[in-house]
Design a protein around this ligand. Structure first.
Ligand code: FES
Length: 70
């Protein structure tokens, strides 16, 4: 689904960018241009970022690697 009509950026692209570490609207703007036109999509971009969000990063930082013996 296209989220940013001005730049033709899909939700999939935004989620891919978020998973690569672009976790703010500003970073998304710089990486794929979404949100850099009229700004109408910024709220939706923010919501998408929340689905990938800080909780995921925090969890991955505190969880030991699966291959490590316990
Ligand atoms: S719809 Fe994304 S900047 Fe206009």
């Amino acid at each position: 689904m296209i989220v940013c009509l001005c730049k033709g950026v899909s939700s999939r692209t935004i989620l891919d960018e978020a998973r690569r570490g672009h976790c703010t609207v500003k970073q998304i703007r710089q990486s794929c241009q979404a949100g850099s036109g009229c700004g109408a999509c910024v709220r939706q971009i923010r919501q998408l970022l929340e689905t990938v969000g800080p909780a995921r990063h925090e969890r991955s930082e505190t969880t030991p690697p699966a291959s490590e013996p316990s």
